[in-house]
Design a protein around this ligand. Structure first.
Ligand code: ATP
Ligand code: MG
Length: 241
């Protein structure tokens, strides 16, 4: 039975690249409105999991459901139009376009540019000051603000965030995640990948730990946190022996 409020569901998903299996049987239900943290060590399959949800990697087995409908194999552009917004690892901005142009692209053609800009600049005034600057010349934190603004102006149902914190100072990361909380409060379901639980412990309702392509822990962050260390450790033992 599908829980009524299930927004994203993965059923027995296996996926990988050119014959190498990365995800090895993922069952996951993400209810609407949840902020879910996907934790796990390097190479565990966290990015692959987001890519499967966004339609960028097609499962070799199993199914993906969005709003109760099977979307396995559906084109990622169609999924984006249906409300899935992926902010990929390493900043999803167009470096050769200005801040304003990045925002217009994200919002599509049916919204006025003034409305789009005012919405983004209200949340990130610093971007307003840099409206005509090329996104590639912004600082790392500012580039992530542009990436998050894409989510703000495209009104997604689901925001998929991949290691927003990468290479940024902890204070910048905290500030960005405060905006993510604001976005979640608007009713957006958020799936956020992070390697370290402390980065997102205060914003996520629930956490899963992915190790070697399987979900090994699933629960409230405070419940799973104490078990993470030993789960990571036993996974590295597995690799080294
Ligand atoms: N495009 C690709 N082609 C081939 N192999 C890939 C590709 N992308 C990822 N992989 C491999 O799949 C495995 C899982 O990668 P994935 O990026 O999902 O891990 P991750 O948990 O996001 O790791 P990290 O914390 O380092 O970002 C790794 O062994 C990686 O080398
Ligand atoms: Mg990754």
């Amino acid at each position: 039975m599908i829980p009524l409020d299930s927004l994203i569901e993965l059923r027995g998903v296996h996926a990988g690249y050119e014959g190498v299996e990365v995800l090895r049987g993922i069952d996951l239900v993400v209810p609407a409105g949840q902020v879910l943290a996907v934790l796990g060590p390097n190479g565990a399959g966290k990015t692959t999991l987001l890519s499967v949800i966004a339609g960028l990697v097609r499962p070799t087995r199993g199914d993906v459901l969005f709003g109760g409908r099977r979307v396995t194999g559906v084109d990622p552009v169609a999924l984006a139009r249906a409300g899935l917004c992926l902010i990929p690892e390493g900043r999803g901005v167009f470096a050769n376009l200005t801040v304003a142009e990045n925002l217009w692209l994200a919002a599509g053609s049916d919204r006025s540019r003034e409305v789009v800009e005012s919405r983004a600049f209200e949340v990130f005034p610093r971007l307003g000051e840099r409206r005509d600057q090329l996104a590639g010349s912004l600082s790392g934190g500012e580039q992530q603000m542009v990436a998050l603004s894409r989510a703000l102006v495209s009104d997604p149902a689901v925001l998929l965030l991949d290691e927003l914190s990468m290479g940024l100072a902890p204070m910048v990361v905290d500030d960005l995640y405060r905006r993510v909380v604001d976005i979640a409060r608007m009713g957006v379901t958020v799936v956020v990948v992070e390697q370290f639980v402390r980065t997102i412990s205060h914003i996520a309702d629930r956490g899963i730990a992915v190790i070697s392509g399987r979900i090994v822990l699933d629960g409230r962050i405070e419940e799973i946190s104490p078990q993470l260390h030993s789960a990571y450790f036993s996974s590295s033992e597995e690799v080294s022996t």
